[in-house]
Design a protein around this ligand. Sequence first.
Ligand code: ATM
Length: 251
Amino acid sequence: MSEPHPLSLSENPLPRRRRSGCLITLEGGEGSGKSTQVATIRRMLEAVGIEVITTREPGGTPAAEALRETLLAGTFRKLGPEAEAVLFAAARIIHLDDLIVPALAAGTWVVCDRFIDSTRVYQGLVDGLDPHLLDLLETVALGALRPDLTLVLDVDAAIALQRARQRRGAASPDRFEAGDIARYQRIQAGFREIAARAGERCVLVDGARPADVVGHEIENLIARRLFSRLRREKWRKHQDAMAETPVHGAS
Ligand code: ATM
């Protein structure tokens, strides 16, 4: 294959739209139980024979995890919220290019702990950035790709704060964890509003209940919302198995 021209404007070999795996994202404030549910979804999909990877943002690949570490440590805070937003977008581009887009193209399902809605809430609502800047960064990072399903885990701010403190123990909060109940309430309200506005893609799930109850509801939601994709996947697997089965009498 010839080298692309240095000024070529269409070098991305995997257009963001051409894919067969599903992208499921989990959103919600800290202490909403996202990581537990990511593991539940993984088990559910594997049980029906779907190849799945679980990942998180910011992070997911070594380079993006390095950015995560510095972002959460607050190292870039002095550069201002715009620069931080650009760095979150950079981590997302790396994550999409190196992991998510190739996985989806290969038919693997991707379950991601936090994604674009966290940017809207933390950089948009909390840090007060211009939504046009966030639109622009989203377009640069995602092109036409959007999650197939976003589960927004909703937990009352007081419970979320308590869970977060318990989980941290003696460790001090990072750049994004620090804050009082008012901050947690804004974050919860922000995620609720996103779930209401983007009802086609998002479902609000009551995350205050025991993890197994929440997990059961999520399994049902995935089965209902992504039914055709699950069925297509099973059909594809069936066809692959048939193709591998030797035909009697064939020489
Ligand atoms: P987790 O600890 O849930 O992985 O989240 C990391 C932090 O990154 C999270 N903080 N809290 N609480 C929210 C923050 N974050 C953003 O500010 N913008 C983003 O786009 C993403 C993906 C995360």
